[in-house]
Design a protein around this ligand. Structure first.
Ligand code: PEP
Length: 249
């Protein structure tokens, strides 16, 4: 049975004292849904957040990692380093990494392998740009992003894979895919996985939607049968808004 998941991506926001305030606010919230809840602070605040949230059900996850185990990669962080501070899940392939740091499907395949080798869970992000959607190519783009980075995996690897469909035109723009657009794409994604690995695997993979999810639209998006949760940017920086989304299931 696939899980409902709501993950907050804090991006490059919040220094240590701001992180402390947000963690304190998060601990005041009440969860009424069954969703798994995750937050992704910056690297410098991961350990602090892990200690602070240790006795809660909120998991602390990372926004990125390098594929190498260690070595001469100035400024980078490995899977083992993340695990050493309590992190078991990493976001890979976010559109901002693809756009500003030139992360390609080939590089992401290496990162996926490195995370799985350490038995980490991965929230793997992908999504089309506005021009792709305007020209009707959104399924081609999404299909090839998934195939190029994930189709070398074995069926059993999918127990550690969470997919996140994030149309680039909806991230941080206030523009959301309609619930029907999200459902259509999520059904296509599940079929893409099923065609390669069978429906037993595909039905167990959680597929999150990301792109301007807010308290006022989360419930309608989450009500769609193939939408298993959300990856939340802006609205995850406010604990009340974030938990309104967590409780929208
Ligand atoms: C994101 O960056 O993953 C995201 C979905 O951002 P926002 O919710 O702000 O659109």
């Amino acid at each position: 049975m696939r899980k409902n998941i709501v993950a907050g991506n804090w991006k490059m926001n919040n220094d240590l004292s701001q992180t402390e305030l947000l963690l304190t606010d998060l601990k005041k919230q009440t969860q009424t849904s069954n969703a798994e809840v995750m937050v992704a602070p910056t690297f410098t605040n991961l350990h602090h957040a892990f200690i602070s949230l240790k006795d809660t059900k909120i998991e602390v996850i990372a926004q990125n990692m390098h594929f190498a185990e260690n070595g001469a990669y100035t400024g980078e962080i490995s899977a083992s380093m993340l695990k050493s501070v309590g992190v078991e899940t990493v976001i890979l392939g976010h559109s901002e990494r693809r756009e500003y740091f030139n992360e390609t499907d080939e590089l992401l395949a290496k990162k996926v392998d490195a995370a799985l080798a350490k038995d980490m869970r991965i929230i793997f992000c992908f999504g089309e740009e506005l021009a792709d959607r305007k020209s009707g190519k959104e399924e081609d783009v999404v299909g090839s992003q998934i195939k190029n980075a994930l189709f070398h995996l074995k069926a059993w690897d999918y127990k550690n894979i969470i997919l996140a469909y994030e149309p680039v035109w909806a991230i941080g723009t206030g523009e959301t895919a309609s619930p029907e657009q999200a459902q259509d794409m999520h059904a296509f994604i599940r079929k893409t996985i099923a065609d390669q690995y069978g429906y037993e695997i595909a039905n167990d993979v959680s597929i999150l939607y990301g792109g301007s999810v807010k308290p006022n639209n989360a419930q309608e998006i989450f009500s769609k049968p193939d939408v298993d949760g959300g990856l939340i940017g802006g609205a995850s920086l406010n604990a009340e808004d974030f938990f309104a989304i967590v409780n929208a299931f």
